[in-house]
Ligand binder design. Structure first.
Ligand SMILES: Nc1ncnc2c1ncn2[C@@H]1O[C@H](COP(=O)(O)OP(=O)(O)O)[C@@H](O)[C@H]1O
Ligand SMILES: C[C@@](O)(CCOP(=O)(O)OP(=O)(O)O)CC(=O)O
Length: 194
């Protein structure tokens, strides 16, 4: 378990190229590294997958073709691990977290959310990042069977009551305002609480 009790956990989800990394990086910058950290469930997943398959972990962390080549197999492998132990990647991801606010940038399945809701019921909030298919295509997305129609992308399409839905169209010109009036002001308040 983490060494500190968090004050707020923002559980992010969204389709490929909706801008999860972009939006979570922006929030991280606004709150600052002493207050907030970004945690990725895919980090421990990729590390273990790379080790078991003799692959390059750093390349899997990158945004290039290497990750895409292994994505479908990595999804299946990750699903088998989660069937055995649904909280495994969550537990590893939070291990080193020290800051009062955690951003989990890549929740994909109800089992991920359920784990946080169970362990941290009062601190967990769900955030969805949304962008139209047109915007996502402009960012390089192409529909891929076996990936975009699988649980990894669609597991949270239904059944979640999101606390915030962030619209990240085009260059995200409305992004700052949406964050400032909602999520960021709550996060700053929480960070100040004793
Ligand atoms: N609001 C934005 N303004 C400019 N570029 C953006 C914006 N949102 C996302 N992008 C760009 O689109 C691409 C995909 O975004 P990313 O955050 O990696 O998506 P995801 O993590 O959801 O797959 C990246 O190159 C990112 O820099
Ligand atoms: C096997 C994965 O963890 C790989 C995800 O890698 P990233 O989180 O880097 O992917 P994108 O941001 O969508 O490009 C997905 C899963 O099913 O857990």
């Amino acid at each position: 378990m983490a060494t500190v009790e968090p004050k707020l956990i923002l559980l992010f989800s969204g389709k490929r190229k909706s801008g999860k990394d972009y939006v979570t990086d922006l929030i991280h910058q606004r709150l600052g590294p002493d207050v907030c950290c970004i945690l990725r469930l895919s980090g421990p997943l990729k590390q273990q997958y790379a080790q078991d398959h003799g692959l390059d972990f750093d390349e899997l962390l990158g945004a290039g073709e290497y990750k895409e080549k292994y994505r479908a197999d990595m999804i299946q492998w990750g699903e088998k691990q989660r069937e055995k132990d649904p909280g495994f990647f969550c537990r590893v991801a939070i291990k080193e977290a020290q800051q009062p606010i955690w951003i989990v940038s890549d929740t994909r399945r109800l089992s991920d959310l359920q784990w946080f809701w169970r362990e941290y019921p009062s601190q967990s909030r769900c955030v969805r990042v949304e962008a139209s298919e047109e915007t996502r295509r402009e960012r390089g997305w192409e529909f891929t069977t076996g990936i975009d129609d699988a649980e990894s992308e669609c597991g949270l399409d239904q059944g979640v009551d999101f606390d915030w839905i962030i619209k990240n169209e085009g260059d995200g010109s409305q992004l700052e305002e949406q964050l400032a009036t909602g999520l960021l002001s709550i996060a700053k308040e929480k960070a100040k609480e004793d």
